[in-house]
Design a protein around this ligand. Structure first.
Ligand code: AHR
Length: 670
C-alpha cells in the first residue's frame, strides 16, 4: 500500500463511526415478576401556572362573580356601575348594577379581559350566561365579543341582546359564535335600556367541552391528559392544599354544589414568587372536587384527593406560629372534612354528602380508594427544629387522621409523605415514621438536576420491601441553569423511569409535576403541557410519560446486563433499561435509554420467548439537547414508530439493535 493509500484508509476509518460495542441485555420472559399496578403512571393536577381557571377549566370570564378582593379586578367598568353585596348566592354575595348613563350619548357597561385575553376559535359556539334581574322594570343588555386591537371599522364581531324582564334573579343564556380565531378577544356588556339591570355570575363557556359538560373542561387540554391513559389522578395539589395560611387552604366543601355559590379563594401561587407575580390569580373552584372525580372516572384513572392535615405551608410559616397550624386538640373539624370527603365520593345518596354528589348528577359512587393526608409536610428533629426539640408536627397530625379514617373506612389506602426532599435529614426522619404509622403509601417529591437523575438509577432497588409502597408523586428533571422542557431533561426522566418500572413491586404510582402551564401565566417550570388561549403543545416529558403509561404492561420481567440491573452504573455506558410482560397483548415490552453521547449496540436476549418474529419500536431521539417543543413547533420532537428484526429461537429469541446516542427506544416483541 502506498503512503497515499494508507493515509486515505486512515482518514476513512477516522470519519466512520466506530461500531458500537455490543451489550447483552438478558430478559427472563419466562418468569413473571411483580404485577405492574394499574395506577402506575398518572397525572398530578394542581392549580399552579393558571392550570385551572384560565386553563383546564373552560370558563373564559375572569372574576365572573365579582368576588376577588377588588370586586372589579379583571373588569373595566364604564358609565354608572355599582358593586353590591346582597346577591342571591350567600357565599358569593357580590354583583353589579348597571344604571342609565348621565346622557343618552354616553354608555354604561363592563368589559372583561379574560385570562390573558379571551380565546375564541373560528366557527365555534360559546354559551354566554348571566344571572340578572330588572329591579325597576324591563331592562336589557347587549353582549359582545370584541377585538380591541383591530384596525377594522368595527371592533365587535359578535353581538347578542338579552331582555331582562323579571325583578327576580333568573339565569339568562344566549349562544354566541366566533367568526375568527384569536387569543385576546374581550367580552363587553352594554346596558341597553333606560331601566337598570343587576348582573351576577357572568360566564362564557365554549359549547365544545370535554365530554360536553356544561361546567366543563377545555377540550384540547383534557383530551391531551386523557391520551396519556393515566392510571391515577392526584388533585388538587400541591401547596394549594395547604394554603399560605389556614384560611387559604383548599377546602373541598367550598368546591362542590352549584358553581354560582362556590366561594372564591386566593391562589397561593399568586404571590409565591415576587419575580413572577400575578395579582389576579384566584381560585373560582369552578373546577372542584366533583369535576375532578368525574374527570378521573372519564379517563379511567383512580381518583387520589389530597386534604389539608391542619398545617399550612411549612415553607411559608414558622412552626412556632400557632395561627399557621391547627393545634392538635382542635383538629376535629379537619378530620371531619376528610371523613365527609369519603362520604361525598362513596356514600349512598341517602347520606348527607352522598346526596350532594347525587344532586350534582352522580348518584353512583366514585369508588374512592386512595386518600392523601397532607401535601409536602415534614417533622423536625432537635437539630433542625426552631424549638430545638424533636417536633413531629406532621406525623402527630397524620396519626389522628389515620386513626379516624381507618376506624370508619378500613378499605381506604392512606398516603403519607416524606416531604419536599428525596434525601437528607427530613427524608431520613420521615421514611421510618411512615412505616411506623403503617400508611399504605408515601408520597415522594423530587425536582432534581441532570446529575441526580443519572446517578440515582438504583434508587428504588435498595428500598425496604417491608414498609409502605411508594408514590413518586412529584418529580421532574430540572436542568442546571436551564429550567425549561428541553430534550435532555426528558431523556433523563425516561432513564429514571426504568428504575420505577423495575421496582413496580414497590412503586405503585408515579406522576410527573407540574402538569399544565399557561405560557403567559406560569410560576413554575418545566411543566408537562403548555398552552395559550387557543393552542397547546405537549412537552417531550409528556411523550416520555405517555410512552410509559401506554406501555406499562402487566408484570415486571427481570432484565440484566452481566447479572446487574441496567441503571447507568459504572461500565454500563450510560444505558438504562427495564422490561415488562403485557399479558393482554402477549408481548414483551423493553425500554432502553442510551444517555451517553455514543451509539450503543445492544442485543436483547429474551429467554422463554420462543420463535418471536416481530418487534415494533417507538423512538424518542433528538440531536440537540436544548431543543424543545413550542406552540409554534408543537411536534418538533415526538416519538417515531418503527420496526426491528427479531431472530426467533427455540428457547430464546434475540433482537439486535444499535441505539443512537441520547435516545429512548421502546420495543414491543411478539
Ligand atoms: O409542583 C409544584 C410544587 O412543588 C407543589 O405545589 C409542591 O408540592 C412542591 O413543592
Amino acid at each position: 500500500m502506498t503512503l497515499r493509500q494508507t493515509l486515505a484508509t486512515l482518514a476513512l476509518a477516522a470519519a466512520m463511526p466506530a461500531m458500537a460495542a455490543d451489550h447483552l441485555l438478558e430478559v427472563k420472559a419466562n418468569k413473571l415478576g411483580a404485577p405492574v399496578q394499574s395506577t402506575m403512571y398518572g397525572l398530578f393536577f394542581e392549580d399552579i401556572n393558571y392550570a385551572a381557571d384560565g386553563g383546564l377549566y373552560a370558563e373564559k370570564v375572569k372574576n365572573r362573580s365579582f368576588e376577588f378582593c377588588d370586586p372589579l379586578l379583571g373588569w373595566q367598568a364604564f358609565g354608572r356601575v355599582e358593586v353590591k353585596d346582597d346577591g342571591p348566592f350567600e357565599r358569593c354575595p357580590h354583583y353589579v348594577v348597571l344604571s342609565a348613563p348621565q346622557h343618552r350619548e354616553t354608555r354604561t357597561g363592563l368589559t372583561n379581559e379574560g385570562f390573558f385575553g379571551i380565546g375564541v376559535k373560528k366557527g365555534e359556539a360559546y354559551r354566554f350566561s348571566v344571572w340578572a334581574k330588572a329591579p325597576k322594570g324591563n331592562s336589557a343588555i347587549r353582549v359582545q365579543l370584541i377585538d380591541e386591537n383591530t384596525m377594522a371599522d368595527n371592533q365587535t364581531f359578535e353581538s347578542k341582546k338579552i331582555d331582562v324582564g323579571s325583578s327576580e334573579w333568573k339565569k339568562y343564556t344566549v349562544e354566541m359564535k366566533s367568526n375568527r380565531t384569536m387569543n385576546k378577544a374581550k367580552l363587553r356588556i352594554f346596558l341597553s335600556s333606560d331601566n337598570p339591570v343587576a348582573l351576577e355570575h357572568v360566564s362564557l363557556f365554549p359549547k365544545n367541552t370535554f365530554r360536553g359538560h356544561e361546567n366543563g373542561l377545555r377540550q384540547d387540554l383534557a383530551q391531551a391528559l386523557a391520551d396519556i391513559h393515566p392510571g391515577v389522578l392526584r388533585f388538587p395539589g400541591g401547596c394549594i392544599v395547604e394554603g399560605y395560611n389556614l384560611e387559604t387552604r383548599y377546602q373541598w366543601k367550598n368546591s362542590v354544589g352549584p358553581v354560582e355559590n362556590r366561594p372564591t379563594n386566593n391562589n397561593r401561587w399568586e404571590s409565591t414568587f415576587e419575580h413572577r407575580y400575578f395579582p389576579d390569580y384566584y381560585q373560582s373552584y369552578g373546577l372542584g372536587f366533583f369535576e375532578f372525580f368525574q374527570f378521573a372516572e372519564e379517563v379511567g384513572a383512580e381518583p387520589l384527593p389530597v386534604i389539608s392535615c391542619g398545617l399550612s405551608c411549612q415553607f411559608q410559616n414558622s412552626i412556632t406560629d400557632p395561627k399557621a397550624h391547627v393545634p392538635l386538640d382542635q383538629l376535629d373539624p379537619y378530620i371531619q372534612d376528610a371523613l365527609d370527603l369519603v362520604e361525598f365520593a362513596n356514600g349512598d345518596p341517602s347520606t348527607p354528602w352522598g346526596k350532594v354528589r347525587a344532586d350534582m348528577g352522580h348518584p353512583e359512587p366514585f369508588n374512592l380508594k386512595f386518600l392523601g393526608v397532607g401535601n409536602e409536610q415534614w417533622d423536625y428533629d432537635a437539630k433542625h427544629s426552631p424549638t430545638k426539640q424533636d417536633a413531629p408536627v406532621f406525623t402527630e397530625r397524620l396519626k389522628k387522621f389515620s386513626d379516624a379514617l381507618r376506624a370508619k373506612y378500613p378499605y381506604l389506602k392512606l398516603i403519607g409523605t416524606t416531604g419536599p426532599n428525596s434525601e437528607g435529614w427530613d427524608f431520613d426522619l420521615l421514611q421510618p415514621r411512615m412505616k411506623e404509622l403503617k400508611v399504605d403509601l408515601y408520597d415522594e417529591h423530587y425536582y432534581r438536576n441532570e446529575e441526580w437523575f443519572l446517578s440515582h438509577g438504583l434508587r428504588y432497588d435498595v428500598y425496604d420491601r417491608k414498609g409502605p409502597r411508594v408514590f413518586a408523586g412529584e418529580y421532574a428533571c430540572h436542568g442546571k441553569g436551564k429550567k425549561w422542557n428541553h430534550y435532555e431533561t426528558s431523556l433523563y426522566e425516561a432513564a429514571h423511569m426504568t428504575g420505577i418500572e423495575r421496582n413496580a413491586d414497590l412503586v405503585h404510582m408515579a406522576t410527573y409535576a407540574p402538569l399544565l402551564a399557561h405560557v403567559e401565566g406560569w410560576q413554575w417550570r418545566p411543566d408537562m403541557v403548555w398552552f395559550d388561549n387557543t393552542r397547546m403543545f405537549k412537552s417531550v416529558s409528556y411523550y416520555v410519560q405517555q410512552m410509559y403509561a401506554q406501555n406499562k404492561g402487566t408484570h415486571v420481567l427481570s432484565l440484566t446486563m452481566d447479572k446487574q440491573p441496567v441503571a447507568g452504573q459504572d461500565g454500563q455506558d450510560g444505558l438504562f433499561a427495564s422490561a415488562v410482560w403485557d399479558k393482554d397483548a402477549q408481548e414483551v415490552i423493553v425500554k432502553v435509554v442510551n444517555t451517553s453521547s455514543q451509539p450503543q449496540g445492544i442485543t436483547l436476549s429474551l429467554a422463554g420467548l420462543k420463535n418471536a418474529t416481530a418487534a415494533t419500536t417507538l423512538t424518542l431521539q433528538c440531536n440537540n439537547m436544548d431543543a424543545e417543543n413550542t406552540l409554534d413547533e408543537p411536534e418538533k420532537i415526538t416519538p417515531k414508530a418503527g420496526t426491528a428484526t427479531v431472530t426467533p429461537g427455540k428457547k430464546a429469541s434475540t433482537l439486535q439493535d444499535e441505539l443512537p446516542a441520547k435516545t429512548f427506544r421502546l420495543y414491543r416483541i411478539k
